[in-house]
Structures are given as C-alpha cells and as structure tokens.
Design a protein around this ligand. Structure first.
Ligand code: GLC
Ligand code: CA
Length: 536
C-alpha cells in the first residue's frame, strides 16, 4: 500500500511538554493541563506548531507516568479528560497539533489487566502479559518472581512495576509453551486494545502519538521483523481512519522505524552508556556523545569532535528514508542531559542553528529554548535517577518559584534550579540577543523558507573528519540556503570551490561569519563559536 504522509509534517516544529514541570495553575506544586493551555501562545511564539505531551494518564507514578493504570483517564494531578479535550481544541484554534504519549510496551502493575493477569485462575487477561509457566523457570530476560498466587514470573519491560504486555514472540521456543506466537488470539487482542486506545484519543481530538519504546513490543525479535509488521498494521489503521494523524517512534533507528510505518523517528543522543544499552539501536550507540562529551562532542568549544561520527550514520538513514518519513534530532528530552550542560549561550545558539536547519522535524524540549541547565545533586524523583536533573520546573519569571507555581517551595514536583543566575523566559524576552529570541528567529526562518523544512534537500558541503566547520546546503525548488556552523573556539577560514555558490548573497541570520566571493566559489571566514545562514 502506498502510504500517505500528512502534508503538515514537512514544516512542523514540535515542543515537548513535560506536564508536571511546565506550569502549575492550582498551587499544588505540580504542572497541569490548564497550565499547558495557558502557555499555548508562548509555545506558538517560538514557531512551534505541534506539541508532544508526555504521559498524562492515571498512574501510580512509579516512572513519572510511564506506568499507566488507566489509558482512558487523565491523571487527576494533571486535570480531567475535559481539560485534555480543551487543550486539543485550544491548540487547534491556534493552528497547532497535540500528540500524546502511547506507552504500548507495558503498563503499571496497578492496571486492572495486570491484576487479573496475576490471578492463579485462568481469565481473559491471563495472557495479556508475558509470564513464564512456573516461578522456578527463568524467562531468560528480566522478570519478577513471587509477585502473586500465579505460579510464574512476569517479564518486565523497564522497571519492576512495568510488566511487558504480550504481543508474542518472533520465534517461540517449542520447549517453552508460555512463549506465544505473534498471531495467537491473546496477543492479537493486546494489539486491538492498543488500537482502541489510540482511536479513543484520536476521536477526542489528538493528532497522533509518540510511541514509547516502540521497538520493544515483540519479544525475541532480533531483526525487528515482527515488530515492524505490527507497526505496519497500526499505520494501516492510520491510513484508513486517521490520514492526518502521526505516529512518532522512540526507536532511534529511522530505517527500521520508518519502514515499519512511523512518520517520524528520533535520533536520540543519549548521554549515558548504560542507559543507551537498553535500546538495541545502532544510532543510540553511534550518536552517543554527539552532544555529550564521550567521545568528544562536535558541538563543543574544545573543537575535538568529529562531525563524521554523526554524519556517516545520518546520511545512511537519511538516504534510505527520504520521502517516506522524517528523522528528528531532538534538542533533548526528559531522559537525557540538558543541551545546556557545559555550554555557554553562544554555544547553544550554534547548536540550535544546526538543529533547526537540518531536514526532518525539529523537536524542542521545554526549557532548552532558554538554556535551562541540568540540575545536579537531586534525589531521584519517580525513578528519574540521573534523568531527574533534566526534569526540573520551567523557569518563567524572576518571581516566586520562578513563576512555575504559587505553591510552597517544599511542595513543588522538583525544586527550581537553585542557581542564582538561572535563565528565565521573562529575562530573555527582554533581550533581543537571547537564546530564546534566537530560537524564535530560527523558527520563523524555517517557516518562511521551505528549503529549510523537512522536505528540502540536504547536502554536506564541508564535513571533514576531525575538522571544523560543518557547512551544508538545503534546497527546494529554486530556493537554496547555506548553513555554516563552527562550534569550536578556534576561528577558521575556508574556501568552498563551488561555482554555483558565487551568486550567494543574502545573510539571513549570522554571528561571526562573513562570506566573500572568490574566483571559483566562496570563502567563509568564521570566528570561534559562530553560525551563519545565507540565501542564494
Ligand atoms: C522511555 C521514556 C522513559 C521511560 C521508559 C519506560 O524511554 O522516555 O522516560 O522511563 O521509556 O517507559
Ligand atoms: Ca497543579
């Protein structure tokens, strides 16, 4: 079946809202849905026209809501189903879309399905989760033993309270009858339940889903073949019933994810090698260190990074997915170290210039637009562990609790970044040279110039091993745009012997970069930590 890509995606720009840390409107210290609604105009002002909202459903919040106990009900700490529907409506009024988070691989142990499944007596939900057929029999993968009267161990997908939903095994071991085939009626029933959940929220006004741990569903699926088939079936449902809605993968292997049926896949630059290993993806391994510092990041003033580490991987995936779906390089997310870690505002501007001018769909993690910092020394909250420092409340103003909440400081979801000079939206709104306004300018440029959008061609012009700068061309129809970034503190001057570049003239946005015409092309003079966008 020829798949259709919703046309709005090519020029989309997403904002990730971590609801508990965004804006608290009732003073209980926890961000809520009315807070998201109150800030829609702010999000729009960044140029963002779509939102990815982290899980907001009923949950014991063992893993910050990635442990759902009712997929159909908004958690009371965030508001009501009516609030979520109002968010859809208010967003749509502003030409914006809202995608929810689908935790498809597991639920909370508090979910009624799991409670039934844990019973000794056979029932409709016995096979809804993956259980071995005896507590003394290991599952071969992480599993919990001795949980209930049921004589078996349940397989976990992440933490101990996140039992894996049963989508079957790619190659069930005949000696282990508890490993069901993917087309077993009980495994197909799990799929149908996920479709039902998606339909429920899409019918209520949602515009799509970001799928948590999308590659994790079918067990023992070493080449992801069966998992890909499963998502192809989900995509068929979108094609037939919700052609304008989108499926976004947390897979970090665009070739697989997009072929499977996702419209977008993230290249996640995790910064913790142990965490990375949870995701069986080449990208997470190779991109590891692209923004963090092991191996040296390309986006670092020390200038010790290698753009090819990223680019060789990226080009392979870009070529194979072009036209079929989009690759997204997020500025960060709730699982990874803040982009601001170890970077000055000028360095962040260079990084954003890159992030916002690459093909695909840019994603901005809430707070990154003002350079919010990773907060050290926090006690883990809701199993955030080292992720907790990237989840602190948004800093809006210089007022009480940085304008996040009117509640008592001790009741806040997490403490406000204690640094006296922490960035705020209020201060950066007033400063025309702020990171916030830089991001806005980039958002506006991307909107104005389709060559910079998801569908524009991408061609590296200077991307040499262990060398700076990185220069590339974006092109769509008659429009050509050149982007040059030099994250290193060392100035560099470079000739690009491209005759076709000779008519290059207009500077769209630049700091520390000049371009001169030469006999056979152009010469870039770049100061340390500089960026430039030029139009032919
Ligand atoms: C994803 C989420 C992460 C969560 C995990 C388990 O990686 O982004 O926050 O803990 O899945 O659901
Ligand atoms: Ca609240």
């Amino acid at each position: 079946m020829k798949r259709h890509t919703p046309s709005w995606l090519a020029n989309a720009f997403f904002y990730e809202v971590y609801p508990q840390s965004f804006l608290d409107t009732n003073g209980d210290g926890i961000g809520d849905l009315p807070g998201v609604i109150a800030k829609l105009d702010y999000i729009r002002s960044l140029g963002c026209d779509a939102i990815w909202l982290n899980p907001c459903f009923e949950s014991p919040f063992g893993d910050a809501g990635y442990d759902i106990s009712d997929f159909y009900k908004v958690a009371s700490r965030y508001g009501t189903n009516a609030d979520l529907k109002r968010l859809f409506k208010e967003a749509h009024k502003r030409g914006m879309r809202v995608c929810l988070d689908l935790v498809a691989g597991h639920t909370s142990t508090e979910h009624p399905w799991f409670k039934s499944s844990a019973k000794a007596t056979k029932n409709e939900f016995t096979n809804r989760y993956v259980w071995t057929d005896g507590v003394w029999k290991g599952a071969g993968v992480p599993a919990i033993s001795g949980f209930s009267e049921r004589d078996g161990n349940y397989v976990t997908n992440f933490f101990h309270f996140q039992p894996a939903l049963n989508y079957g095994f790619a190659k069930p071991d005949p000696k282990k009858p508890w490993q069901l085939p993917v087309d077993h009626p009980d495994c197909l029933a799990t799929r149908e339940e996920m479709k039902k959940i998606m339909r429920y929220w899409l019918d209520a006004g949602a515009d799509g889903f970001r799928v948590d741990m999308a590659s994790s569903l079918v067990k023992g699926d070493t080449d992801f073949k069966e998992t890909m088939k499963l998502w192809a079936e989900m995509r068929d449902m979108y094609e037939a019933e919700y052609p304008d809605a989108v499926l976004i993968a947390e897979w970090s292997d665009p070739i697989c994810a997009i072929q499977a049926g996702f419209h977008i896949d993230f290249l996640i630059h995790f910064n913790d090698p142990a965490y990375t290993s949870l995701f069986r993806s080449e990208a997470s391994r190779d991109l590891f260190g692209f923004f963090a510092d092991i191996p040296p990041s390309f986006f670092d003033r020390k200038g010790k990074g290698d753009i090819r580490v990223f680019l060789d991987y990226y080009m392979k995936h870009y070529r194979k997915t072009r036209g079929a779906g989009h690759i997204s390089i997020p500025s960060g997310n709730h699982d990874i170290m803040r982009l601001a870690e170890g970077r000055t505002m000028d360095e962040l501007k260079v990084a954003f210039t890159f992030l916002m001018t690459m093909p695909g769909v840019p994603y901005l993690y809430s707070g990154d637009e003002i350079g919010m910092r990773y907060v050290r020394g926090l006690v883990s909250k809701e199993c955030g562990y080292n992720r907790t420092g990237s989840r602190t409340p948004m800093q809006w103003t210089s007022g009480k609790n940085a304008g996040f909440s009117t509640g008592k400081a001790k009741d806040l979801y997490l403490p406000i970044d204690p640094a006296k000079d922490h960035p705020t939206v209020e201060a950066q709104e007033k400063d025309s040279d702020s990171l916030l306004n830089h991001v806005r300018q980039l958002g506006a440029l991307r909107r104005k110039h389709p060559a910079l959008g998801g569908d524009g061609d991408f061609e590296p012009l200077h991307a040499e091993k262990n060398r700076y700068p990185f220069i590339y061309r974006r092109k769509l129809g008659a429009e050509t745009i050149i982007v040059a970034v030099n994250p290193s503190a060392k100035p560099v001057s470079l000739d690009i012997p491209f005759k076709s570049l000779r008519s290059l003239l207009t500077e769209l946005l630049a700091k520390g970069v000049t371009m001169k015409h030469t006999a056979d092309g152009v010469k870039f003079e770049m100061q340390g930590i500089s960026h430039g966008i030029f139009k032919k």
